[in-house]
Design a protein around this ligand. Structure first.
Ligand SMILES: Cc1cc2nc3c(=O)[nH]c(=O)nc-3n(C[C@H](O)[C@H](O)[C@H](O)COP(=O)(O)OP(=O)(O)OC[C@H]3O[C@@H](n4cnc5c(N)ncnc54)[C@H](O)[C@@H]3O)c2cc1C
Length: 345
């Protein structure tokens, strides 16, 4: 990676508002289950898959603790590669043996089926994928870098351009994949180039000239985002921090950030008749669905586009509620809502 050997500072003093987001992350990371490998015919399958490779993997790993929803079943195989060449070797094997591969960021936009995923889940959480490098007008960050921390680090470095991402839980890889953002802008607008790896393990850089960032999507078709380089502008750190805080406060006032959710469940429709609300949240609200509940899944009372999971909720509850919302909104307004949440498998 062009980010060279620099690692992100490890003693980052969080501002309160980022601390709130991180507390949520720590809670689910602390509850991570450590699994042991028991030999069964299926395990031997995975042994065959990775035979001869120096790769650590775990079997039947519960995915719920890796997601902000805290829901869903296990991954058949989970791998945390130590570097790009390990990742490349794993990907080649998966491709040869036709194992489905799922890329996990911080799980802030993921809903995992109750039955889990029958494939290989790969998370780029090794320090190798968390490197950050600053220069006067650019910043390069690995896919595994925590976005809220990066937003603050960038302010401290006296650079502006990604304050609009304040309060969005994500890794850099997940944020680029989703073109994360909101009313203040999205990540795509400051991306200079993105390093990717395809499903055969080949690494390349994609320059912004051949990148497209649209509303919550990009034209990046490669399996992995490995790193992103941002174009930023020098600015007084205090004014960047003030802007970050302002945007976070705006978000906090309107969204139930502490609840188990994936943020907005649906994308805003791109074309709507003049007399129909333009945002998915407004459509759901006008359809009278605020507070509507199926099992442990509930439409937030604070923001109608947040479907939250209360104690005892299952992924099936959330999916049933999403479907119900879609039907009611369509019946009432003739608008088909598109899901923003990524559902595995
Ligand atoms: C409280 C809350 C508030 C939110 N607010 C916002 C908001 O304001 N704006 C917004 O846009 N989103 C918001 N979200 C949704 C979420 O934060 C974003 O979609 C974010 O980009 C997800 O990043 P992640 O790393 O958690 O990705 P994941 O949820 O882990 O994955 C999301 C998708 O990205 C893919 N992916 C992840 N990492 C990589 C990689 N390295 N390479 C290739 N593909 C990868 C996954 O396979 C999956 O398809 C919110 C979520 C929550 C829980």
């Amino acid at each position: 990676m062009a980010a060279g050997g620099l690692t992100a500072p490890n003693s980052i003093k969080h501002a309160d508002f980022v601390g709130e987001i991180r507390n949520h992350v720590s809670t689910f990371l602390l509850s991570k289950t450590i699994t042991t490998t028991i030999m069964t015919p299926e395990n031997q399958n995975a042994d065959h898959l990775f035979g001869g490779l120096n790769v650590k993997y775990e079997l039947d790993v519960p995915l719920a603790p890796f997601t902000w929803y805290g829901l869903g079943g296990p991954a058949k195989v989970m791998v945390h590669p130590s570097n790009k060449s390990d990742l490349s070797a794993v990907i080649k094997r998966c491709w040869q043996d036709q194992w489905p591969v799922y890329v996990l960021g911080s799980g802030a936009n993921l809903l995992v089926a109750d039955s889990g995923v029958d494939g290989v889940v790969i998370q780029l959480d090794d320090p190798e994928f968390k490197q950050v490098e600053f220069n006067p007008s650019h910043m390069t960050a690995g896919a595994g870098v925590d976005l809220p921390q990066l937003v603050l680090q960038t302010a401290r470095a006296g650079l502006e351009g990604i304050e609009c991402l304040s309060g969005i839980p994500a890794t850099v890889g997940g944020a680029v994949r989703m073109n994360a953002g909101g009313v203040f802008g999205d990540i795509g607008k400051s991306i200079h180039q993105v390093q990717v790896m395809d499903d055969r393990g080949m690494v390349s850089w994609r320059h912004h000239d051949n990148l497209k960032f649209n509303y919550r999507k990009t034209n990046i078709s490669e399996l992995f985002i490995l790193a992103a380089q941002f174009t930023l502008t020098p600015q007084d750190p205090q004014s960047v921090k003030a802007r970050i805080k302002e945007i976070f406060q705006f978000k906090k006032k309107s969204q139930p950030l502490a609840a188990n959710s994936c943020g907005c469940a649906f994308k805003n429709p791109l074309k709507v008749p003049a007399d129909v609300p333009k945002s998915a949240g407004m459509l759901i609200d006008r359809a009278g669905l605020k507070g509507h509940q199926i099992g442990g899944a509930k439409v937030s009372d604070q923001h109608a586009n947040f479907v939250i999971a209360n104690d005892g909720a299952s992924t099936s509850d959330v999916l049933a509620l999403l479907e119900h919302i879609g039907e009611v909104v369509y019946k009432q307004f003739g608008i088909r809502l598109e899901r923003e949440i990524v559902v595995w498998p």
